[in-house]
Design a binder for this molecule. Structure first.
Ligand code: FAD
Length: 313
């Protein structure tokens, strides 16, 4: 059996490993330049230094079941460590960066990056994946694990129920600002970290996570209400504004300040999809939005999708 998985985030990786363990031939396609999805790490150059920021999920939950077993393996293999992230959804950090968790989860799978799938096409010999520069197939089944708002363009021509489910899911947006400071600022930057409710900001001392190198760094996430109020602001404006607010908390002038807008950050309203393999049983959906709002939910949705397909075939 040949299965294509669109999206190589944690849901796609979990599904891929489950299919592979059952002897399936698995191909993953992701539009990103590398692994991670929203377990994201940004690299940036500053002079001769390379800065790394976990600008997506700061960490993931400890969890249980198949997800918990994967986390334990990642810790044993040196891809993750326990970390007091200040929130129960983020007690595990990737090593040396969040995206390492997904790199670990994808181990041994055939994943192609830089491929934005534009269409899933049903032909006489099976399913085909159509992108600008690539056409891949035929596949016996396709699992779509992209964020819900991006599902309809792939699924709508084939399955009304899955399309409607994806349309019902809701996400909160999030403005994230990445800040780096001179070495001497370490104490002030660490002191600024923590939940800072008054300004609707969550402030994380990224450099203080396990196994990080480089100058003091903050990753600042604006809450949903604040983000919605400034959703269409310029990235530079948000970076300057939040850097100024960190200055009011005692941080120095940053040596690096960049904003990133997550239009689809955390799931605010997941959708229970009773049959994730849709009407004909060979085009399916998975991802956090089908199960909850954490990386654990995403993982378990991928695992569940693969298991239910294997059981039915
Ligand atoms: C700022 C932020 C903070 C968060 N904090 C936490 C936290 O503390 N704890 C926690 O558990 N979770 C947190 N999350 C949520 C967590 O990151 C997600 O739940 C999880 O990563 C979702 O995994 P996924 O595989 O479902 O989707 P994604 O990780 O979004 O993966 C989907 C993949 O599909 C790819 N894709 C999309 N469209 C296409 C296309 N057309 N063709 C090819 N590829 C495509 C994308 O590039 C992406 O890699 C946070 C997320 C963000 C952004």
């Amino acid at each position: 059996m040949r299965v294509a998985i669109i999206g190589a985030g944690v849901a796609g990786a979990a599904a891929g490993q489950r299919f592979k363990a059952a002897g399936y031939q698995v191909s993953l396609f992701d539009k990103g330049r590398g692994a991670g999805g929203r377990l994201a790490t940004r690299r940036a150059s500053l002079g001769d230094q390379t800065l790394r920021f976990d600008h997506g999920a700061p960490g993931v939950p400890v969890g249980s079941g198949a997800y918990g077993a994967w986390i334990e393996r990642a810790i044993t293999d040196g891809a993750a460590a326990r970390w007091d992230g200040g929130n129960p959804d983020a007690h595990i950090a990737g090593l040396p960066a969040t995206k390492a968790l997904v790199v670990h989860a994808l181990d041994g799978l055939n994943a192609t990056f830089g491929v934005e799938v534009e269409e899933v096409s049903r032909q006489a010999d099976g399913w085909w994946i159509i992108a600008k520069s690539t056409k891949a197939g035929p596949f016996d089944a396709v699992l779509v694990t992209v964020p819900a708002p991006q599902v309809p363009r792939l699924v709508a021509p084939h399955d009304l129920i899955l399309t409607e489910a994806a349309t019902s899911a809701r996400y909160d947006p999030c403005w994230t600002v990445m800040l780096a400071y001179p070495d001497a600022a370490d104490a002030a930057v660490r002191a600024a970290a923590g939940i800072h409710n008054a300004q609707d900001l969550t402030v994380i001392a990224d450099h203080a996570k396990p196994m990080r190198e480089g100058p003091p760094r903050l990753v600042v996430h604006a809450g949903p209400e604040r983000t919605k109020a400034e959703l269409e602001a310029e990235k530079d404006h948000m970076a300057t504004e939040i850097a100024r607010e960190m200055g009011a908390l005692g941080c120095h002038e940053p040596i690096f300040a960049v904003g990133h807008r997550w239009r689809y950050c955390r799931v605010a309203q997941p959708v229970h999809v009773p049959n994730c393999w849709g009407a004909d049983g060979t085009l399916g959906v998975a991802g956090d939005w089908t199960a909850g709002s954490t990386a654990e939910d995403a993982f378990m949705s991928g695992e569940h999708a693969a298991e239910s397909f294997i059981a039915a075939n």
